[in-house]
Design a protein around this ligand. Sequence first.
Ligand SMILES: N[C@@H](CCC(=O)N[C@@H](CS)C(=O)NCC(=O)O)C(=O)O
Length: 230
Amino acid sequence: MTEMTAKLNFYCAWFCPFAQRAWIALLEKGVNFEYIEYNPYKEKTKEFLQLNPRGLVPVIEVNGQSVYESDVCIEFIDEYGGPANRLLPAEPMTRAKTRIICGFISREIIPAFYGLLLKQDKNAQEKIKAALLHNLKTLLTYKPDSTPFFGGNKLGMADIMLVPFAMRFPVLSHYRGFVIPETRDYESFHRWMKACKEQTSVIKTTCDIDKAIMVYQSYADGTANVRSKI
Ligand SMILES: N[C@@H](CCC(=O)N[C@@H](CS)C(=O)NCC(=O)O)C(=O)O
């Protein structure tokens, strides 16, 4: 059996932005998969820990082997799904540049997202809000003005890395009053967000924002026992 004809199991939790990355990638590539809803906060079975020793979603399982870590899952899905509809460009230089953007998102945006939710001290929250806005502005300098997405006219890996978190910014607004200004500096972010929200893969994987807000309640009130998201 070749890889592409093997059954692909996708372990996902509906609320998880990391899992949403892999889910969008699967839909973008048109890969056949079975969606398995799995909440690792409720239980971590022996079988699940064999698939991912870290006990986190997302997990992709093919032929009894598994990959995890959302960025690795996106790249795996891109290669597994064949050359059509690439999520990472084929050309080495643009491919490397896409990875630079993805690295920036992982290092400068995601930790700020969780930091803002988890920090209880008001001054610390204000500092993170400012840093998040600053980092978003920097991130936008990587995006061409002439195209809707980071890599051109189609949703690609950099967009997929960011969009599940950007869609959850209303969680930050709800708990921390974080707002992305409607100013010239962030015009490009708002246009990008609108373009992403029109993508079928994004629409199909988007969870109800009110439910997402509830999920993050314990993060925001300081009662969650959260491990590092970095
Ligand atoms: N670095 C991981 C993070 C994944 C992650 O934190 N997933 C959360 C759900 S949103 C999880 O499985 N948490 C279970 C736990 O911490 O026990 C990735 O990129 O896939």
